[in-house]
Write a protein that binds this ligand. Sequence first.
Ligand SMILES: *Cc1c(COP(=O)(O)O)cnc(C)c1O
Length: 231
Amino acid sequence: MATKINMTAITNNLPTIRYRVREYEKKYRRKENTVHVIAVSKKRPKEAIELLYHQGHRHFGENYLQEALPKIQNLSKLEIIWHFIGKIQSNKTAEIATNFDWVQTLERPKIAVRLNAQRPEHKEPLNTLIQINSSGEISKSGINMEELPALVKLIDSLPRLRLQGVMTMPAPHISFDDQRKSFSTIMSALKTFNYDLPVFSFGTSGDFEAAIAEGSTMVRLGNVIFGPREG
Ligand SMILES: *Cc1c(COP(=O)(O)O)cnc(C)c1O
């Protein structure tokens, strides 16, 4: 069953979220308009996506390929930029390389090689983020910091992938200070490498203020835009 959608709530949420993101940029002395919002539309019907699209929103994130493909096909007339933010299975890479504009959850060399080989020639290189494991994360997704240089080097050698930066998803922390700490730990480790990568996809509904405080340039928001997910 698709989650029920409250059209009025969604219509009101987007401007509120945009406003909050701008306020956090000011509060934490970030440059204006440097934090971008990805609307995470997993388990939301295509009507909810259309609604945001008509409010001017373009970037949407999906976790589950089987759920995402029909939505992408249904909405193919709209100029949506699709981000894959779920776990990547190696037998699904061709569909991801064909249907998405960004992949945020790259963690295995083998997957990078496959996505590169399968990215259609007529499309731009696939924008790629490497997922970094945050300490204390329950899901244990993402690579450890020591593995980063080798994966960066590999992706740089693959012409059909465009490495844009990193993504992380820490375990939910109750306190704001703990949230900030998990992002700042990763940020300071990244600084030691001196990479010139522009994108830090840090922050979800529960911790995006902390993520913006610590330098996020991309927040992935589901519940605060669409309302609570059911199931
Ligand atoms: C579901 C999900 C989000 C959005 O989470 P909310 O709490 O709904 O904002 C962001 N990133 C990833 C990787 C997700 O799976």
